[in-house]
Design a protein around this ligand. Structure first.
Ligand code: UD1
Length: 419
């Protein structure tokens, strides 16, 4: 198992190009199951989560060219096994497309994960509204429908995954589907843009009301060769912007849409960050010590839960008190004990954290617990004098392409070594 050794404090300098979004790629890969043709991609990110999702597609009969193309012409299985699904919750996203194209799907229930229990009830109620018969048996979801029927579905909560799953299910349903209280994340819009490449009629993605006009799969003919380009990863971008601010550096973070992290930018500017927004980039200027602030995580366009841990690392070295309320996942504070080991002053009260900014952190061996928590530890290590050791970094490989190389190119003293 590899670990990272980071020698700080460090200044960063230069440009960093953001990779394609993990959370946009996963539903788009699931959506390839809808279409019997070879689909090429311009920029799939080299992440373990993506390679893993490709394995699921392969297990269903898809032809895969590593990080280049997916061909679901010969998919002949509709069964996603526990051993594959348990490794990644997003595997549940194969349910909608399999059910829509083949009229049946058996997918293992993904179970909880480190940041919370994460049920899939909203996905399943939505599929039932589309006419699917759902049975839960021995840890599997068994779904069936001769042909799904368009319906009006009002989500109890704007779940990102449920919105994506239902959009895909509605593609080959009979008639029109309206999803209200839909999630509005940019990744949903990217999925809709991908589906539109195949002639799907989808309106309103990016708003809370999405309509999908279903078509008949039997009459579908691939019309043109598709080579799709996925949006830049807004969470990766926010992480590097925060790295620039914590190290009081001048860096440019490129290849993503700044409007996708407007809530983050607004908070950082309020804290005193000097940022300049370009078309597809944000330039970070040395801003000195920032001021503490208060945030509440919320569904898009609110402050993203996926940037909460990284912002907390910044708050941990800012002036005065900061407050964080986590509203999306019940157990998303696992970075806190590790940040405290590095000298931060953070107290937890139920779903809230109170952070008192510190001047000096101390190097310590720490452990990654989930993807974004790991990013927070890297950020803290960049500003800690001495050698920090970050263990269990396989979590980082799930969501940050070439993290070590990108930080090295920016001038960080970071090495990946065998533990
Ligand atoms: C996606 C992102 C994840 C991000 C999250 C919230 C991907 C692959 N992952 O996860 O990085 O942190 O959005 O922005 O895109 N819930 C239910 N029942 C359901 C579905 C969800 O109770 O059927 C709850 C979850 O337990 C959680 C909340 O709703 O507390 C948000 O979940 P959801 O929006 O579905 O997140 P994911 O799609 O799993």
């Amino acid at each position: 198992m590899d670990k990272l050794i980071i020698k700080g404090p460090t200044k960063l300098k230069g440009e960093v190009a953001i990779s394609a979004s993990k959370n946009a790629t996963l539903p788009i890969l699931a959506a390839t199951l809808l279409f019997p043709e070879k689909i090429e991609f311009k920029n799939l990110p080299g992440l373990s989560d993506i390679k893993f999702f490709m394995q699921i597609l392969e297990s269903l009969g898809a032809g895969i060219e590593d990080l280049k193309s997916v061909d679901c012409t010969s998919v002949n299985k509709t069964y996603a096994d526990y051993d594959l699904v348990r490794k990644m919750r997003a595997s549940i996203l194969v349910l909608g497309p399999l059910l829509s194209r083949f009229g049946e799907a058996v997918v293992s229930l993904p179970g909880g994960c480190a940041i919370g229990s994460r049920p899939v009830d909203i996905h399943l109620t939505g599929m039932e509204a589309l006419g699917a018969e759902i049975i839960l048996e021995k840890g599997y979801v068994k779904a069936k429908a001769d042909r799904l029927k368009g319906a009006k579905i009002d989500l109890d909560f704007p779940s990102v995954g449920a919105t994506e799953n239902l959009m895909m299910a509605a593609v080959w349903a009979e008639g029109e589907t309206l999803i209200s209280n839909a999630a509005r994340e940019p990744e949903i819009e990217d999925l809709a843009n991908f589906l539109k490449e195949f002639g799907c009629d989808i309106q309103g993605a990016g708003t809370s009301r999405i309509t999908i006009k279903g078509r008949d799969f039997k009459s579908y003919k691939p019309a043109k060769e598709i080579k799709y380009s996925i949006i830049g990863d807004r969470i990766e971008a926010a992480t590097y912007i925060i790295a620039g601010l914590m190290t009081d550096s001048h860096i440019k973070v490129t290849h993503f849409h700044p409007e996708h992290i407007k809530a983050v930018i607004d908070v950082l500017i309020k804290m005193g960050a000097k940022l300049e927004t370009h078309d597809n980039a944000i330039e970070v200027f040395p801003s000195g010590k920032l001021n503490g602030t208060k945030i509440d995580t919320a569904p898009f366009p609110g402050f993203p839960t996926d940037v909460q841990a990284q912002l907390m690392a910044l708050m941990g070295i800012s002036n005065g008190l900061s407050f964080v309320r986590e509203n999306i996942f019940e157990n998303r504070f696992m970075h806190v004990p590790e940040l405290v080991r590095m000298g931060m002053d953070i107290e937890l009260e139920a779903s809230a954290a109170i952070i008192e900014g510190q001047t000096n952190l101390s190097p310590a061996p720490v452990m990654c617990t989930d993807l974004r928590a790991s990013a927070a530890l890297i950020l803290a290590a960049l500003v800690t004098a001495g050698e920090s050791e970050i263990n269990r970094i396989y979590h980082l490989d799930r969501g940050y392409e070439n993290l070590c190389g990108k930080l090295k190119d920016l001038g960080a003293n970071i090495e990946r070594v065998k533990a």
